[in-house]
Design a protein around this ligand. Structure first.
Ligand SMILES: [Zn+2]
Length: 290
């Protein structure tokens, strides 16, 4: 089973911390109504109104070669693309669903094109993958906080089997980690309410991803700080930067007034959780309360 290992963590985070600049691309069926990737949820749009966009999805403006060239010219080092967003529509050719790009007029695997274009320009390859799925019949509908059908009692969850959904999600993550060569970032999104950690089967999921993609960076979103890397960007990071005073054995927020008074020889930067700092024998500073 995967266990957090600080040395390996620092090793795999090295390039990312140097990279500093990348691009996040949202592209999917929601690009047609063009009211945001959450359109089904914010407008509580039933799927009958959303599915017809599949017939219009020709991806005529999908041009990852050009995007990769421009990203590189702008100084970017990596790109992340939505392989699947919350609507459940796949930009890759999944064998576990018909709800995918190869069944649209576009008729081709857009993830394959994307990873090839990035590699050609020497950019690191990131994929975004939702933990939620508003299309899957076994995902909670009625009463869920954000599902498009959350206010529809007729969409009760009585015959939904969440474990079937978890298998489906696991299988799809396995596909994207297997079929496209080396993936540098896996950007899972997101956890809420009791939908977090082992509810997602997080240990098994992350174990599989790390086995298939050694060295991959995985973001925070499974909601389990033991498993994720918690890198920058828009997701909540659980690992923070602290300043250690190795003499007084205290740790501080970087902007604490007392940091300036620590002798350089006693000063150390620490990236980790508060709990890890305490476990290493350090006490939180009383004035900045890190
Ligand atoms: Zn302090």
């Amino acid at each position: 089973m995967y266990q957090f290992n600080r040395k390996e963590y620092e090793e795999r985070m090295k390039w990312y911390q140097d990279a500093r600049f990348g691009m996040f691309i949202h592209w999917g069926l929601y690009s047609i109504p063009a009211r945001g990737e959450w359109v089904r949820s914010t407008e509580e749009m039933p799927e009958e109104e959303y599915l017809p966009f599949m017939k219009e999805f020709d991806a005529r403006d999908y041009n990852p070669k050009q995007w990769a060239k421009e990203a590189k010219a702008a100084g970017m080092k990596y790109v992340v693309l939505t392989a699947k967003h919350h609507d459940g529509f796949c930009l890759f050719d999944s064998k576990y669903t018909d709800y995918k790009v190869t069944n649209t007029p576009a008729g081709r695997d857009l993830i394959k094109e994307y990873v090839e274009a990035l590699r050609e320009e020497g950019l690191k390859v990131g994929l975004y993958f939702t933990l939620l799925d508003w299309h899957h019949p076994d995902y909670p509908h009625y009463g869920d906080r954000i599902h498009p059908m959350r206010n529809h009692p007729e969409c009760s969850n009585e015959n939904r089997d969440f474990s079937r959904y978890i298998e489906y999600m696991y299988n799809q993550v396995e596909e994207v980690c297997t079929n496209y060569g080396k993936i540098d970032i896996m950007w899972f999104d997101f956890s809420y309410d009791d939908m977090r950690g082992e509810k997602w089967g997080a240990t098994r999921l992350i174990d599989m991803v790390r086995r298939l993609q050694p060295g991959i960076i995985i973001d925070y979103a499974t909601g389990d700080s033991r498993l994720d890397d918690g890198t920058g960007g828009s997701f909540q990071s659980v690992r923070k930067t602290y300043v250690l005073n190795t003499n007084s054995k205290t740790f501080h927020k970087p902007d604490c007034a007392s940091v300036g008074k620590i002798k350089d020889s006693n000063k150390q930067t620490f990236v980790g959780t508060r709990e890890e700092a305490i476990k290493n024998g350090y006490s939180p500073c009383k004035s900045c309360n890190p």
